[in-house]
Design a protein around this ligand. Sequence first.
Ligand code: HEC
Ligand code: HEC
Length: 190
Amino acid sequence: MRLSIAAALVATSALLACARSQQEVAVATATPVAAPAGAAPAAPTPRRQPVSPMKLDTVRKEAIATLMATLKGRENEPAGAVFKNVKLHKAMPVKEFLTMMDEQYGRGLSFACTNCHMDNGDYASDERKNKVIARQMERMQRDIDSKYIEKVKELDDPRPKTTCVMCHRGTPHMPNTMDVPTAPVPQRKR
Ligand code: HEC
Ligand code: HEC
């Protein structure tokens, strides 16, 4: 009985393999259907190309330079005193706050500032969905740190903290798997 099942499996897989190779031949030899004479050539479907991370970096740096030019001399004042709608980082100096916007919120997700903020430079507005999500992410991090990470006394790091980059690694939708690294993975300096 067992033997006949095995035989049937072998036969089936041979059949499948055969069907597959026939399909491959069909694909390889298929010729494009000619458009009827006089018909306009079909327009290629527009595809949204992902923007290069280097380009995004330049765009963010420009946005920060424009903003800083309006805030000369206030770089070290607390963000909460300089900006209108800062709820979670009130005490953070402006310069550090904008570096965080660039490196964590921006680079960390491969986002331009305008993925979270309005195109017209109204950074105080909470209209963009991603800005609303980002605040919830920040609250989640504070929860994780205070409720769990800081309580793991055995950790090597004396001041362990979660950050956007630690989860996101340059994408809003992180893969749930990873390849075997081909070289040692760099570690954060402690
Ligand atoms: C992932 C979303 C996200 C990205 C990307 C992002 N921000 Fe923000 N930004 C926020 C959130 C959330 C706040 C509010 C923080 C708070 O309440 O403490 C904020 C607040 C600000 C504020 C304060 C505005 C005010 O008047 O209250 C400025 C200025 C700002 N961001 C600039 C930038 C710049 C410049 C960039 C690009 C380099 C950027 N942000 C990228 C989410 C983002
Ligand atoms: C503990 C892991 C973790 C940390 C830390 C984290 N995130 Fe997330 N974030 C997620 C997960 C999981 C999702 C959902 C991903 C998905 O939908 O594929 C997400 C989604 C998001 C999204 C929505 C993306 C979309 O297009 O739907 C934004 C914006 C975001 N995170 C911003 C941030 C910011 C800003 C920080 C740092 C303040 C942060 N996240 C920190 C896990 C994390």
